[in-house]
Design a binder for this molecule. Structure first.
Ligand SMILES: NC(=O)c1ccc[n+]([C@@H]2O[C@H](COP(=O)([O-])OP(=O)(O)OC[C@H]3O[C@@H](n4cnc5c(N)ncnc54)[C@H](O)[C@@H]3O)[C@@H](O)[C@H]2O)c1
Length: 465
């Protein structure tokens, strides 16, 4: 366990009533290191999500667009009582890197620079991309660590060669060091935006550093490319976020490495469209004790992600990530009459004409008073990467904050960032919180806690003294 920073004082909230005293930790912002200098963002997988994120940051920096959907840029945090009128912007409350300080690089199996990749992805209008062309063209992918067996639907020429997986990891570590030097970044973050890899379960190879490194040297087939990026990053002391449902950093060896190198980790799988809706609606049913008999979710999607997910191995990884949500929110063991017999199905169908503009349908069969059935239909015509890009930005900025914060940098998994994930990582043995509003409260209370502000419990009795 990390030790508590020396100048943290234990304190008891003055406003707390007898019997409901809330112990808070007084921490001064000086304990969080400042965000001075450039922050290098390294992205394995420079496809639709990555290019929409990078192009978006540049468009915002140029004053061409607004950071809609980003909590770090537009969100506020209430401090103190409702009557205090203190709600600063999050980015003014905690020291986050500014957008002007972000510098980018990435790896991909295709040689396209970010301008070409963004044009191919077809998410943003060409007119906007043309305004950003010099900048986007300057971000070129480094050669990738790739294994076709893990992503069956694609193949590309820009791939590293090496006798063993350990050699490939060393090449990635060289890439990381030379990007840091070339870019002048003082800090780095790795953000996995690569394709969803085939489903695997943890094995002996993933349990300890010794067994993992042995497995790297022996080219063990259970070491997926994303794990090699994660290993290289953490060994270099670089925090790692996982936007896909692959295991990647959700392994004992990565947790050990993360803690040892003070490089925070989080994942898995960005919570963007259908699952976002699920984690809003399911808590509402549970709050009102409405029963659920079935939830059928289907999607049509025509981007490269959709094509990759057309392979059963990659789909299985995604399916596992999407299915866990209801079980954890509805707690059937506690409410067997309401949630003990749910039929939950998730389908993703590759349908090229829609490109990145996914359509997600949900048919939800619920029941109320005396068991009378009702139905809800949701038809979300969303844009996958438009929903994902602000999540990427927030994760980059918050993970960097975590690494500059003594209390967070050595704990490994950053569960307070569950808000952004379909399948949030937690400490071993702990079930994940999926309810979006619990996740948001957890995130904001973490920020309050780091700054020595009182946590908000919504008790509210103090207004009636
Ligand atoms: N709303 C969303 O868009 C959303 C939500 C949740 C999760 N995700 C996940 O985010 C990831 C990215 O989504 P996308 O729409 O940008 O997909 P995409 O197919 O457009 O981009 C993925 C890129 O990763 C590259 N790649 C694959 N394996 C690689 C490797 N080993 N090294 C380097 N590059 C590699 C591919 O060549 C491709 O360019 C996917 O795993 C997807 O499932 C996306």
């Amino acid at each position: 366990m990390p030790t508590r920073p020396k100048n943290v004082k234990r304190n008891v909230s003055k406003n707390a009533k007898a019997g409901t005293r809330v112990e808070i930790k007084k921490q001064t912002s000086s304990e969080i290191q400042s965000a001075k200098g450039k922050l290098g963002v390294m992205i394995p997988g420079m496809g639709a999500v990555a290019t929409t994120f990078v192009a978006g940051v540049e468009a915002i920096r140029k004053g061409l667009a607004k950071p809609i959907g980003s909590l770090t840029q537009m969100g506020t945090v209430r401090l103190g009582k409702r009557t205090d009128g203190r709600s600063p912007k999050i980015k003014e409350f905690v020291p986050l890197a500014g957008l002007e300080d972000l510098v980018f690089t990435g790896w991909d199996i295709f040689e396209d620079n970010m301008y070409e990749a963004a044009s191919n992805a077809g998410v943003l209008e060409q007119k906007l991309l043309d305004q950003l062309k010099p900048f986007l063209s300057s971000v070129k992918p480094m050669s990738a660590v790739f294994d076709h067996n893990y992503v069956k639907k694609i193949d590309g020429p820009n791939v590293k060669k090496g006798k063993t997986k350990m050699d490939l990891a060393e090449q990635l570590r060289d890439d990381i060091r030379s990007f840091k030097k070339k870019s002048g970044a003082t800090r780095l973050i790795t953000m996995w935006c690569g394709s969803t890899e085939s489903y695997i379960e943890p094995t002996e190879a993933h349990q300890s550093l010794k067994s993992f490194e042995n497995a790297l040297r022996k080219n063990d087939e259970m070491i997926a490319p994303s794990m090699i990026y994660a290993y290289a990053s953490l060994m270099e002391g670089v925090p790692f976020a996982n936007g896909a449902p692959n295991l990647t950093v959700d392994l004992p060896v990565m947790l050990d490495l993360s803690r040892e190198h003070n490089a925070p980790i989080c994942g898995k799988d960005f919570k963007t469209g259908q699952t976002l809706m699920k984690t809003v609606l399911a808590p509402a049913f549970k709050a009102r004790l409405l029963g659920l008999s079935g939830w059928y979710s289907t999607n049509i999607l025509g981007n490269r992600d959709g094509e990759v997910l057309d392979d059963p191995g990659s789909f299985k990884t995604k399916e596992e990530s999407k299915l866990g949500v209801l079980e954890h929110i509805l707690q059937p063991a506690l409410y067997p009459e309401l949630y003990g017999n749910i039929f939950h199905k998730v389908r993703i169908n590759y349908y090229p004409p829609r490109g990145d503009n996914k359509e997600g349908w949900d048919n939800i069969d619920i029941f109320g008073w005396l068991g009378y059935p009702m139905q809800i239909k949701v038809d979300f015509l969303c844009r996958d990467s438009i929903l994902a890009a602000p999540i990427v930005l927030d994760l980059v900025l918050f993970l960097d904050l975590a690494q500059r914060t003594p209390e967070l940098r050595g704990i490994g998994i950053q569960e307070w960032l569950s808000f952004y994930f379909k399948s949030p990582m937690t400490a071993p043995g702990l079930y994940p919180e999926h309810d979006l509003f619990i996740q948001l409260m957890k995130l904001k209370n973490t920020l309050r806690h780091l700054k020595g502000e009182e946590l908000i419990t919504h008790l509210g009795l103090e207004y009636y003294d």
